[in-house]
Design a protein. Structure first.
Length: 394
């Protein structure tokens, strides 16, 4: 099959979507499929990759995050789609990219891949503590109506978990189907633990080898709630002076995070880590992951940490909470720094945390399993469409 992904949030410097695209290309290369990713870029060009290619369409940068660009017109993307003649078209965002995929006049199976829960990412983040989440959802009925209109143009809406498929079904989104996301299980493992690296990371935080190393990993963006994590850590450190926190990531709120780090003892901002193997070693060499976002559709960071044998402190909403139920984890009230602090202290008292980074149990699905299921779904949809054509012709 040829699968064309209109990916409005793909960027070489991006986070979860970029990792997902890399995994999808790798799977396609192994299984004899072809994946074409159409993404907004600084200039129009093609970049061949094992398993397919990236086709960049010239587009302006997003106003609030220069790591990403945004589609404007559809004409150039449609020319690419006409030329490629895919079997399946994926819309990987609910915004312009989704509509470009939905309204392309070509004949292909269409899949809306739900990478971002906008209401959880923004209104829930901004209004938490003022209104309960059910009321926030109801206040944004217009968005759900918009999503219903968009999804009606697709054969299926793919989600990363059953909980999210159920959420979308409650709001009438067209045909949500759970295809659980996964991680590179052969890369993220407790076997990646590196004691020399651990000492190096502790030293960067101003600590000795007997200290406990906590991580928070993710794009520096409001929905990741770094303030909750850092303030929760500072509160926990009042009871646990042996802990330090390493912040890994980059993004539009870096300035605010840097200011918060400067006034938070025991916290060090490392910046982004683009080497995936080094990131795997960091996970496996730490003692605890503290995650802030309650708006994850899947929670790649949490999944990678769990697969690395790292106990997790996670908020009680979204994909992170769904993953946390599968392994060594403690949850806290999303956005609540005091609750986060209590969860950190509880996790550090647990056998998984005190036994070292290899002690966590359970874990997420693999990327391999996700793509096996996803491509099988697409094959069924392509075959169904072919059968309908034959029946109409008869």
């Amino acid at each position: 099959m040829k699968i064309l992904d209109v990916s409005g949030f793909y960027s070489e410097t991006g986070g979860g979507v970029a990792s997902y695209v890399r995994q999808k290309l790798a799977f396609a290369a192994r299984e004899g499929h072809e994946v074409v990713v159409v993404a907004p870029g600084a200039e129009s060009r093609e970049e061949l990759r094992p398993g397919g290619k990236i086709v960049w369409v010239s587009a302006p940068p997003m106003p609030f995050d220069a790591n990403y660009r945004m589609f404007l017109g559809a004409a150039e993307a449609w020319r690419v789609m006409d030329s490629e003649a895919p079997d399946v078209v994926e819309g990987s965002s609910p915004w312009r990219g989704g509509w470009i995929a939905a309204q392309w006049p070509g004949d292909a199976v269409r899949s809306l891949v739900f990478h971002q829960d906008f209401i959880a990412g923004y209104p829930h983040t901004l209004l938490d503590g003022l209104l309960d989440r059910d009321r926030i959802d109801r206040l944004f009925n217009g968005y759900w109506a918009y999503l219903r209109r968009l999804s009606a143009n697709f054969d299926v809406t793919v989600t990363g978990g059953e909980w999210l498929a159920e959420r979308l079904e409650r709001f009438g989104v067209h045909r949500p189907v759970a295809v659980p996301f996964g991680i590179e299980a052969d890369l993220f493992s407790p076997a990646q633990r590196n004691e020399a690296l651990r000492r190096e990371l502790l030293a960067a935080c101003g600590a000795g080898s007997q200290s406990r190393l906590l991580l928070t990993v993710g794009r520096l963006h409001p929905e990741k709630r770094h303030r909750t994590v850092i303030e929760g850590f500072v509160r926990a450190r009042a009871d646990r002076p042996d802990i330090v926190l390493l912040v890994i990531g980059d993004g539009p709120t870096r300035g605010a995070v840097e200011r918060l780090v400067r006034r938070s003892p025991g916290v060090h901002l490392m910046g982004p880590v683009t080497d995936r193997r080094r990131l795997a070693e960091i996970y496996a060499s730490a003692d605890l992951l503290v995650h802030g976002s309650g708006a994850e559709t899947y929670g790649l960071v949490v999944a990678e940490a769990m697969s690395s044998g790292l106990p997790v402190v996670a908020p009680d909403t979204g994909g992170a909470a769904d993953l946390a139920r599968r392994g060594a984890a403690v949850t806290y009230r999303t956005g609540d720094a005091a609750s986060c602090a209590a969860a950190i202290c509880e996790a550090l008292r647990s056998p998984a945390a005190t036994g070292g980074a290899g002690a966590a149990s359970g874990g997420p699905s693999s990327a391999e399993a996700h793509f096996v299921q996803l491509f099988a779904l697409y094959r069924d949809l392509v075959d169904e469409r072919a059968t309908r054509r034959v029946n109409r012709a008869a």
